[in-house]
Design a protein around this ligand. Sequence first.
Ligand SMILES: Cc1cc2nc3c(=O)[nH]c(=O)nc-3n(C[C@H](O)[C@H](O)[C@H](O)COP(=O)(O)OP(=O)(O)OC[C@H]3O[C@@H](n4cnc5c(N)ncnc54)[C@H](O)[C@@H]3O)c2cc1C
Length: 370
Amino acid sequence: MKHDCFDIVVIGAGVIGYSIAFRLKQDRPELSIAILGDPVNSLMASRAAAGMLAPFGECAIADVFFDFCRESLLKYPCFIENLMGVSEMPVYLSMVGSLMPSSSFEGDWEERLRFFREENIPHELWTSKQCRQLAPAISETCGEVVWVGEGQVNNREMHDALVVASRKIGIEALENNVTGFLYDSSSIEAVVTEIREIRGQKFILASGSWSSKLGDILNVSLPMKPIKGQMCRLKMADHKFDYTVHGLKNYIAPWGGGKGFVLGSTMEDRGFDPKVEESVIQDLINRAAQIMPCLREALLVESWSGLRPAAEDLMPIMGKSSRYNNLFYSTGHYRNGILQTPNQADYIVETILETLTTEIKEFSPQRYNL
Ligand SMILES: Cc1cc2nc3c(=O)[nH]c(=O)nc-3n(C[C@H](O)[C@H](O)[C@H](O)COP(=O)(O)OP(=O)(O)OC[C@H]3O[C@@H](n4cnc5c(N)ncnc54)[C@H](O)[C@@H]3O)c2cc1C
């Protein structure tokens, strides 16, 4: 007979929920931990993402969010090494960096270079001629290119490894969706699924774009919505290119191990719409081929869409609930949840264990009275 009462119940089976559970169980093996939710939900962001670890491409100002993402990038090599060790599965991680062609910037090229200099971001400016030698796959029409010290992970391999590693260390994956809660005005007693009730001491809401639906059941209003992205993957016979390339409203992300390149992506405010449109995918391929012409000949392996969990202010919602004394949130990771995975796992685990030294007010659930 399986437990139906756990110390910790994690709601959401993406990289956010799994990384928190995994980190917590490694730290405190005596805790019983359950994870609920479908780990292969077709719209979940963790399997839909490109896996870019790109704080420098994504952020234009050095705020608290930038610092958090930068710290997370630094944690990546150890995080993946530990994960591969426990899961005994390969996870592609490349720290060779990203390329940003000047042709991809609409007027703010100099401003971007100044930001890199002022924030001591590892970068190098390549002339078009240098780019021919260092990254010949990039089109000559791209002009000057800046190399930036970022990373790239195959996020599906990382998610698979998190699922396997978590099971190996004794976390129970229940895979049912939560349909309700048993709670009073100050605490949660149990989650309800179609099959059973699962009691817990502490609950972590980490359900990505579905978090606000679960919040509604708890009478808390999470100001969040899904932002859809359409993506595709191209396979190339000869895979020698490990850089991630940031284009003009598009990107080319290598997934390693002969898996080719992921091309992305759209940003669509269309609710939980799963549609993948052929014309959109063709547009992604055309834009990518302007930067890397060899992609024009590459085989289209798959296309998909996924949902980025976006809070109103586009910041993550992380920390202890101010409404329920045993509820914690880690959601709203929007465009950079893969990048934030190691750091948010540390942050939430320290919050739960009450060892966190500095709370990040900008991410606090209290800003929305949650
Ligand atoms: C197209 C696209 C490209 C992206 N590219 C990048 C990138 O290159 N780099 C980067 O850092 N980030 C990227 N992101 C963002 C990143 O993927 C997300 O921020 C991150 O994966 C969020 O993870 P999550 O675990 O919170 O949510 P999800 O992965 O969406 O997981 C949510 C989980 O909750 C479960 N769930 C839903 N309802 C219930 C319920 N009722 N009960 C229990 N469980 C439930 C789901 O089944 C799922 O398991 C991208 C996202 C998209 C969509």
